[in-house]
Design a protein. Structure first.
Length: 166
């Protein structure tokens, strides 16, 4: 990938990838940080990015792994008695997105990851399986469980909104 192609690739994908990582992590600033770090790493290997599952999947995977590594470091720090810094408050997305993001955060990690790749990233079940290293049947199972769990989390909010509208 040439420098110009990389610039176009970055321009077309940075917002989408940040949104996808926000859904996966639940923290917008963290999503921005890990996506930017993943793009820095992609820049260093831009001439080889056409191989494999594609540059967008590569950047998304690196960003997700960076987020998991950061999460583990914070956990270890808390376990050792160190204080983690508090995130500053910024204006967030609309309330409906907050409800969905909160419901997604309640899912087990693998279900959340599969659901985010399938619903937010719009990947096929086969592509989700390839990106996560899971079997297609396992991905389908995670998606089914995620849908059922999300329905139970979000259904009371839908019913209460309908009652207020009626």
């Amino acid at each position: 990938m040439t420098d110009e192609e990389f610039a176009v690739f970055y321009g077309h994908t940075v917002r989408r990838l940040t949104g996808q990582l926000y859904v996966m992590t639940g923290d917008f600033h963290e999503a921005q940080d890990v996506v930017q770090e993943a793009f820095v790493r992609a820049w260093d290997r831009r001439h080889r990015l056409r191989q494999g599952p594609g540059p967008e999947a590569w950047v998304r995977t690196v960003a997700r792994r960076l987020a998991v590594s950061r999460w583990r470091r914070v956990l270890r720090g808390r376990q050792l008695g160190r204080r983690s810094t508090a995130a500053t408050s910024v204006e967030g997305p609309d309330p409906g997105m907050v409800d969905i993001a909160a419901a997604l955060r309640r899912l087990p990690l693998r279900q959340r990851h599969c659901a985010a790749l399938f619903y937010v990233c719009d990947l096929s079940v086969e592509a989700v399986a390839a990106e996560t290293g899971l079997a297609v049947g396992t991905v389908k199972s995670h998606l089914s469980r995620a849908r059922a769990t999300l329905t139970s989390y979000l259904a009371p909010q839908v019913h209460s909104a309908e009652a207020h509208d009626g």
